[in-house]
Design a binder for this molecule. Structure first.
Ligand code: 5AD
Ligand code: SF4
Length: 487
């Protein structure tokens, strides 16, 4: 992915012809149209137009937002953090119900900005927009929204924006374009990066697992893998551009490559990524315990670049609940897996996701979860209160757990996680480890914040020139999830 090449292709498009059918040329056409429109706007307004992209949810959404921002910058928008911008985009999440509720509040607040700046555009995208009820509610009650699109047609972003700003007939309407079916994977579109030295890289989209509580397969569609050549080319171009760390992204990276014409395993992909000269660190997210292969574990043990950290969602420690959750492993199998990983990669950090209050969860089931946290010795765990998502099998299960009981269990869960992870973090104190310096610390002047290979956060004294470099730091004091260190 060569951005100079993409740019010159955009400039070479003939905007007097009809839009091409093929992608990404079709989007190049609309980007060029929007560039001309932007030049005109800047003249009229006597100032640059601003945009603000707000991201909710997971790493996938974060990466999608970078793609949107890449197109916006290529059109000529200036990025701002303020929601009083000329174009505001909310890239939404719907994994839990309260994410939806919060979003309605946030878009309601935008109305006052739009009253002050009638030319303001508001666009909504992401997982929540794949839900019919959510879109219907917005169309009915939030008429100040301009465009709604989904997860499958994000590559059409430039076209949708062009339709909205250039087609007079659409000026007063909410333009809704949400696809029920997955679109193809479109390569070679402009993209931005939040950090110049690290980047997420999608290796696959969608999920086939249908865990019974989870809405992701309904809003992100079936699993599709990118061709390994496209992934390698993207990473090579990122490395040429100064990137030293990549995070390979997918809902279940361990099943990467299964649906390609020439099948490739995730380990084979990693082996190829490892060969890229200049790349220093490789991370990946998320792994499903049922698909984690021996070859991957073995490779993690011998790789020079794959970071010694694995995120391995457990969800529950009760084999009975795991079966109802459709997770395809038992408590015992999960623990065996952990043992195998630790044997192959002794200094690995293991993190997880756990849900409290899944329908039918008994006190006994919950105690199994607390027990496995102890036994697995997690470095950290993201804990969630079960949230009922309409359309998933778990939503219609009997025995939904009363709120007070879930809250009480959630508190116990959190305390357990804190206790275990604090013990774990204390073990590294006194050690010197390599830290990728990522940003200056906003709370403490003269301090830099970075991450260890195990993904622990470290604050240490240093200047901004270190940002993007991997430096040795002695971990002096542990604060649970983060450290103070000395370079
Ligand atoms: N309720 C609570 N947590 C959920 N997750 C997914 N769906 C739900 C739900 N309905 C959690 C899982 C997953 C993480 C990303 O979000 O733990 O691993
Ligand atoms: Fe949801 Fe399960 Fe797919 Fe993860 S693996 S996205 S929890 S369905």
């Amino acid at each position: 992915m060569d951005y100079n090449k993409i740019n010159s292709e955009i400039e070479n498009v003939d905007i007097n012809a009809i839009p091409p059918e093929d992608e990404p040329q079709r989007q190049y056409y609309f980007i060029k149209l929007l560039r001309r429109w932007m030049e005109q706007k800047v003249k009229e307004e006597g100032r640059e137009l601003t945009c603000c992209v707000n991201t909710f949810g997971c790493q996938m959404n974060a990466r999608d937002s970078e793609k949107i921002l890449g197109i916006l910058k290529s059109i000529g928008y200036k990025e701002t953090n303020s929601e009083e911008a000329d174009l505001v985009i909310f890239n939404t999440c719907t994994v839990r119900e309260n994410a939806n509720l919060k979003l309605y509040g946030r878009i309601g607040q935008l109305k006052k900005y739009k009253d002050r700046n009638p030319g303001m555009l508001i666009m909504l995208c992401g997982c929540m927009m794949q839900e019919k009820e959510a879109v219907e509610k917005i169309e009915k009650s939030y008429r100040h929204i301009d465009v709604i699109f989904g997860t499958h047609n994000i590559f059409k972003f430039a076209e949708l924006l062009a339709m909205k700003v250039l087609d007079e007939r659409l000026k007063r309407k909410i333009l809704v374009d949400v696809w029920e079916e997955e679109g193809g994977i479109v390569e070679e579109l402009p993209s931005e990066r939040k950090y110049f030295f690290k980047s997420g890289v999608n290796i696959m989209f969608g999920c086939n697992n249908f865990c019974s509580y989870c809405i992701v397969p309904y809003v992100r569609g079936r699993e599709r893998s990118r061709e390994p050549e496209d992934i390698i080319a993207e990473i090579e171009s990122l490395v040429n551009d100064g990137v030293v760390e990549v995070m390979l992204l997918g809902q279940n990276v361990n099943s990467y490559g299964k649906n390609l014409k020439n099948t490739v395993t995730f380990t084979e992909l990693l082996e190829r990524v490892e060969q890229i000269e200049g790349l220093k660190r490789i991370r990946f997210m998320t792994s499903h315990p049922k698909d984690l292969s021996d070859s991957l574990i073995e490779f993690m043990g011998r790789s020079k670049k794959v970071c010694h950290h694995i995120h391995l969602p457990l969800q529950s420690g009760s084999s009975r609940l795991l079966e109802i959750m459709n997770r395809h492993y038992t408590k015992e199998e999960y623990l065996e897996l952990i043992e195998k990983i630790r044997k192959a990669v002794p200094d690995i950090a293991i993190t997880t996701d756990i849900i409290a209050g899944f329908p039918g969860e008994t006190e006994e089931d919950f105690n199994e979860t607390l027990d496995i946290i102890e036994k697995a010795g997690y470095d950290n765990a993201f804990t969630f209160i079960y949230s009922k998502r309409t359309g998933t099998p778990a939503a219609s299960m009997e025995d939904q757990i009363p709120e007070e009981i879930v809250k009480e269990r959630f508190d116990r869960l959190l305390n357990k996680v804190k206790e275990i992870s604090a013990k774990k973090a204390a073990k590294y104190v006194g050690k010197t480890v390599y830290v990728l310096a990522e940003e200056k610390n906003n709370q403490e002047a003269g301090f830099i914040t970075g991450r260890t290979e195990q993904n622990y956060i470290v604050h240490f004294k240093g200047n901004e020139e270190l940002i993007g470099k991997i430096v040795p730091v002695k971990l002096c004091e542990s604060k649970g999830f983060y450290y103070y260190g000395e370079m």
